[in-house]
Design a binder for this molecule. Structure first.
Ligand SMILES: [Zn+2]
Length: 516
């Protein structure tokens, strides 16, 4: 019997393997699991060199797989001033003035995030003038916790040339001057003038993001890149062995050739060029998701398709020929129908994982059956689902009947469709426990159990990209990618994520302590 490098004892291990659903202990040799069983069985692998961790009844599950993240953007956001915890405008001003003291000079843009007007004593956002009193020189942009809303100071308004013009989304006071609050498309006016980060700044921000991701218990990410700059950051990380987790890279079709040339040859246990994504419509919040029938609250709008079927099939064949997963971003029912038409006409490559639809928000019975028949997986982001109902009223925008078919997760699961889950971080919170909470607490018939939500973040996420031989459950010979939780999320079903926290993460057999 070979000894183990790491042994975890006295745990409540939820293996996600239906043959042996629970266990007490795990032995790890190198970066893989060597034994799963009771304390006695696993203790036999201990010798004087083995690192032994006593779990005291804590719960172990397979490392979370987040199937939708934008890592570089998340890193950029982490370098911003975090205003999540402030409870008044005064407090926000104090934090802002402290941050401005660290700025290099008056030209440096100061960015803040996660301000929640409902959490403030004043129950409103600060005004432009209130920001100016502590930030007279530096342009300041503070993004809100929810929705596409920000508040900016006078310097930022000036830089974005926002004055008395009447663009949609620019909030005005009674005299017609901007208050500093910008909504939806109007937020792009300032976003467009914020200076780009240097490559070094982005690299540092990405490393910070990866560290936070591992601390959150995530050991694999599906990393969606949108720029050439991001590709070179990843290339650098792979070449210098700088990845602290496993990456399944997803590229847009315009970067496919470049990714195949520069990144495909670098594939290893940590990195895989996984798929390429075709965007065929937009988003519900901006009413750019393509629908068969108009939006209920905007009878002249029904979104439109970005890409016609024949064009889509050419791109899809190119992706399949390269052995990559065909991923189609399709939100509205019309877009999903188009995505399924493309999938039906494509030449399948047996090497590539099954095609997948990203979001698949508005379904109906017939679309759901086609998804099942064509063997398509669906990737959803539970916190995005929650936002559709909390930030804007899905029922108003879509009508009762379509809102009932918005992200029908339970129905997809009961049909046997592989549904995987992700965060869409930084647009939504990274924490998978928050995602589980969102999936479980959802109102109505589409809410799922904690166990089903866990499956979406582990087993199903691995199966959907043909990686189940290596991850997604706790079994011998799989990667020793694990997360240790303070409580058993399944037994505290009603509270779901709320009271459960990550104690530490094990990645490839190495223990990473969490700061939380
Ligand atoms: Zn996204």
């Amino acid at each position: 019997m070979t000894s183990a490098d790491l042994v975890l004892l006295n745990g409540n291990i939820i293996t996600m393997n239906p043959k042996i659903p629970s266990a007490q202990a795990i032995a790890v040799k190198g970066n893989r699991i060597s034994c799963v069983g009771n304390n006695q069985e696993v203790s036999q692998y201990i010798n004087e060199k083995t690192q032994v961790v006593y779990l005291d009844g804590k719960t172990v599950i397979p490392g979370f797989i987040d199937t939708h993240t934008h890592v570089v953007d998340y890193g950029r956001m982490l370098t911003w001033l975090d205003l999540q915890e402030v409870s008044s405008i005064r407090e926000a001003q104090i934090q802002l003035s402290e941050r401005i003291k660290c700025a290099m000079d008056g030209n440096e843009w100061v960015l803040g995030r996660a301000l929640d007007p409902d959490g403030l004593l004043e129950k409103r956002l600060p005004t432009c003038q209130e920001l100016d009193t502590v930030a007279p020189d530096n342009p300041v942009v503070i993004y809100c916790q929810l929705g596409q809303v920000c508040v900016v100071n006078s310097k930022a308004l000036k830089a974005a040339r926002i004055g008395q013009q009447n663009n949609v989304g620019i909030e005005k006071d009674t005299t017609g001057n901007p208050t500093g609050v910008l909504r939806n498309q109007a937020t792009d006016l300032v976003w467009g003038v914020i200076p780009e980060s240097t490559q070094q700044e982005l690299h540092n921000a990405t490393e910070l993001a990866l560290e936070k991701i591992v601390q959150a218990g995530i050991t694999s990410v599906h990393w969606i890149v949108l720029s050439e700059e991001e590709l070179s950051i990843i290339q650098n990380l792979v070449e210098t062995d700088g990845l602290p987790l496993r990456v399944y890279l997803i590229v847009p079709t315009n970067l496919l050739d470049l990714a195949l040339q520069n990144l495909k040859p670098l594939e290893n246990d940590y990195f895989k060029l996984g798929g390429a994504i075709i965007f065929i419509d937009g988003y519900l919040a901006s009413r750019t998701a393509a629908l068969f029938e108009p939006y209920s609250d905007a009878p002249t709008e029904q979104g439109k398709l970005f890409c016609r079927q024949n064009e889509g099939v050419v791109l899809a064949n190119k992706i399949q020929d390269a052995g990559l997963q065909l991923i189609i971003h399709a939100v509205g029912d019309k877009a999903i129908q188009e995505a399924l038409n493309i999938i039906q006409h494509v030449k399948r490559n047996s090497v590539a994982p099954c095609p997948r639809i990203e979001q698949a928000a508005i379904l109906n019975h017939q679309l759901l059956c086609s998804i099942k028949e064509l063997g398509v997986s669906v990737s959803i982001q539970p916190c995005v689902v929650a936002s559709e109902f909390s930030v804007w009223s899905a029922e108003d925008h879509l009508g009762k009947k379509r809102a009932r078919w918005l992200f029908p997760v339970k129905e997809l699961l009961s049909k046997g469709v592989l549904v995987s889950a992700g965060s869409d971080c930084p647009m939504e919170p990274l924490n998978p426990l928050r995602g589980i909470e969102a999936a479980v607490k959802r109102e109505g018939i589409q809410k799922v159990s904690v166990f089903e939500a866990l499956q979406m973040y582990t087993v199903f996420a691995a199966q959907a990209v043909s990686e189940f031989a290596d991850k997604g459950s706790i079994e011998p010979n799989k990667f020793a990618d694990l997360v240790v939780l303070s409580k058993d999320p399944v037994s505290v079903e009603a509270e779901a994520g709320v009271s459960v926290s990550v104690c530490f993460t094990v990645f490839g057999g190495t223990v990473y302590c969490s700061k939380n």
